[in-house]
Design a binder for this molecule. Structure first.
Ligand SMILES: *Cc1c(COP(=O)(O)O)cnc(C)c1O
Length: 425
């Protein structure tokens, strides 16, 4: 089977041939490749071609694909049954691990995706505060629940959809949006409707409009405004949790959110999400409290076992130092190679997450990300892909490294990038 045949077959049975839109290569053009297997830093497509992978299933694969410890944990759990619909001790073990690593979390509830975690967190915030409005930031992505599909990032942004049809305006009207890193705007919104804002939800490091770090004082300002107005601060760490640092972005910046959402790394590639936070807030969730949230497959034993194995791996001494150093090596190398080709490029990396922009100035806002040279990005993407290096097929996605991306893999990537930059100069 060729990639093209696989794509034709998929399109016959699935909208656009994909089960998540960014996979369709709409922003970069061309057709997606279909994956047969993955190992360490590599993917192999159905034609047997190998790629160095900088997506890592969009974040979970921080220890590399098919890590033996994760696979063994999954196999060991699977023979005992795939799902029980009853409590099991693996759920408690993974919850305890998250609580140990993230001090802001007193209690945690598992769900099956980041989307579910975020939609549950805002329902809880609304139930806890008795308020209806939420505030989010343009270009931030919190999954595809109705309330979040207002100026969202990631695939929505890639496809150029401002808002999704199918979201009732009565609901969308309750979602206020501000610009990421623009605290004055947030202050104005709070001055106008602060007493009706249940929660501010933010990616503490934005990773769904390429990658943008919080400006100094931005997260601190959100914390202060939420405190002043009795609103909850929700950090969406589905992407950054256990990836930018062991304790997530909140550990890096020293901010304590009221609620945190997780996903990606905590499932090691299995479908897992979670939300957690202050005891008084989390106790409002059923069965303790009146805010309803449930899930037939939540706390799935195989997924919990995978997550436990992943969290054990990232606690190996020196893990994040090594991961950060390799990721910076990649970004420095990309900048140098671009410079040699006369192409303006800036990069950012924190832990095992990075971004690169075809821009001559550092990008600190969504508007600036949209002003980058998207046409050159597309050509660079394909020049790399053809040479066996797979970056995200959109200029609005962050990149991800794993501990399996060692210096040799980075060096091979940079050789490819050098040729690719020359091809698009
Ligand atoms: C990926 C992501 C989500 C959604 O998670 P899914 O598992 O795709 O539903 C939510 N928030 C952020 C920040 C993400 O990166």
């Amino acid at each position: 089977m060729t990639n093209h045949e696989a794509f034709l077959a998929a399109q016959a049975v699935t909208p656009g041939g994909v089960n998540s839109p960014v996979r369709a290569f709409k922003q970069v053009g061309g057709e997606p490749f279909f994956v047969a297997r993955a190992q360490g830093p590599y993917l192999w497509d159905v034609e047997g071609k190998r790629y160095i992978d900088y997506i890592g299933s969009w974040g979970p694969m921080i220890a590399g694909h098919a890590h033996p410890a994760v696979i063994e944990a999954v196999q060991r759990a699977a023979v005992n049954g795939l799902s029980f619909g009853c409590p099991n001790p693996l759920e408690t073990a993974l919850a305890a691990e998250i609580i140990k690593l993230v001090p802001a979390v007193d209690l945690v509830r598992f769900v099956s995706s980041g989307t579910e975690a975020c939609l549950s967190a805002i329902r809880l915030a609304r139930g806890y505060t008795g308020r209806n409005r939420i505030l989010k930031f343009a270009g931030c992505y919190h999954g595809h629940a109705d309330s979040f599909l207002v100026k969202a990032g990631s695939g929505v942004l890639t496809l150029g959809l401002p808002n999704s049809p199918g979201v009732p305006s009565a609901l969308a009207d309750l979602t206020m949006t501000a610009e990421f890193n623009d605290l004055d705007q947030v202050r104005d919104i709070f001055a106008a409707v602060g007493s009706d804002i249940a929660a501010v939800i933010v990616e503490p490091i934005a990773g769904n409009m390429n990658m943008i770090a919080p400006a100094p004082g931005f997260l601190e300002g959100l914390r202060a405004l939420c405190d002043a107005h009795g609103s909850l601060l929700i950090f969406d760490e589905v992407m950054t949790g256990f990836r930018v640092a062991l304790g997530g972005a909140q550990a890096l910046y020293g901010i304590t959110p009221d609620l945190t959402t997780f996903g990606k790394v905590i499932g090691a590639g299995m479908p897992v999400g979670a939300y957690g936070g202050k005891r008084a807030v989390m106790e409002q969730i059923a069965p303790l409290g009146p805010v309803y949230q449930a899930g037939t497959l939540s706390g799935n034993p195989v997924a919990m076992a995978a997550g436990l194995a992943n969290l054990a791996l990232i606690q190996t001494p020196g893990f994040f130092q090594e991961l950060s150093a390799r990721t910076r090596e990649l970004c420095d190398g990309l900048e140098g190679a671009a410079r040699d080709a006369g192409i303006p490029l800036t990069t950012i990396s924190i832990g095992g997450m990075f971004g690169f922009f075809f821009s001559d100035t550092q990008v600190t806002s969504f508007a600036a990300a949209q002003r980058c040279d998207i046409e050159r990005f597309k050509r660079f993407f394909h020049a790399c892909l053809g040479r066996g290096v797979y970056f995200a097929p959109s200029a609005y996605e962050a990149g991800f490294t794993s501990i399996a991306h060692d210096s040799a893999v980075i060096a091979e990537t940079l050789r490819v990038a050098r040729d690719a930059f020359a091809a698009v100069a």
